[in-house]
Design a protein around this ligand. Structure first.
Ligand SMILES: CC(C)(COP(=O)(O)OP(=O)(O)OC[C@H]1O[C@@H](n2cnc3c(N)ncnc32)[C@H](O)[C@@H]1OP(=O)(O)O)[C@@H](O)C(=O)NCCC(=O)NCCS
Length: 179
């Protein structure tokens, strides 16, 4: 567990998710689906309770097996989101797939930057990740600035690869070498 002090003086906590967090995380997933932000989660294709239970069940095993690092953000006990890096398979064992989402209320306060840095550091230390990759919606300006600030480089564009709010949108692959 890590206590993070923001510029505003607000303190939040980075820690691993526990099985007792399940209900609050599922409620949070529902609120993010409803927001319909620049990620795959959306209310038209909701995550079922069964799927979320399965995800939570597999989480400790994946972490133990060094296939995943995931850090949750909490304000007291309120869940605010997470960042994870999943190790890829076979010839891509040095590559980690990055994901991050925070609640709307806590964006733009430097939490995401600190959280991403910490998750990348852990992925390097615990899983030997040498390159982090991710796919960002091309219309996600905050996301693009965010990855540029973190030192990611843009790689290639997948044309019309997601259907978002009634339109086909390009996505951009980013990568960051950790060597
Ligand atoms: C993307 C996200 C994780 C960033 O986290 P955050 O805590 O809001 O970001 P930070 O406050 O740490 O900001 C870091 C940098 O990101 C960029 N950024 C963040 N919010 C931005 C905004 N609204 N507009 C433009 N740039 C923004 C800026 O470069 C910022 O650096 P600066 O403060 O020096 O200008 C968060 O906004 C989020 O959860 N968004 C919705 C889900 C999402 O888009 N996930 C990524 C999918 S690829």
């Amino acid at each position: 567990m890590q206590v993070i002090k923001l510029k505003s003086g607000r303190k939040i906590v980075f820690r691993q998710l526990k099985s007792v967090d399940f209900k609050k995380v599922y409620r949070w997933v529902k609120s993010i689906e409803k927001e319909d932000t620049f990620i795959m989660l959306n209310a038209a294709e909701p995550v079922s309770l069964k799927e979320e239970k399965q995800y939570f069940k597999e989480l400790p095993k994946k972490i133990r097996q060094k296939k995943l690092v995931k850090i949750g953000v909490f304000d007291e006990e309120k869940y605010l989101g997470s960042c994870d890096i999943e190790k890829q398979g076979k010839r891509q064992g040095h590559v980690g797939l990055f994901g991050i989402v925070l609640s709307k209320e806590c964006r733009g306060q430097g939490i995401g930057f600190k959280l991403a840095k910490e998750t990348i550091k852990l992925a390097k230390e615990k899983m030997g990740i040498k390159q982090v990759v991710l796919n960002c919606f091309a219309n996600n300006k905050a996301g693009i600035n965010f990855y540029n600030k973190l030192g990611f480089k843009q790689n290639c564009r997948d044309p019309r690869s997601v259907f978002y709010r009634g339109k086909y949108i390009d996505t951009i692959w980013f990568y960051k070498d950790l060597r």
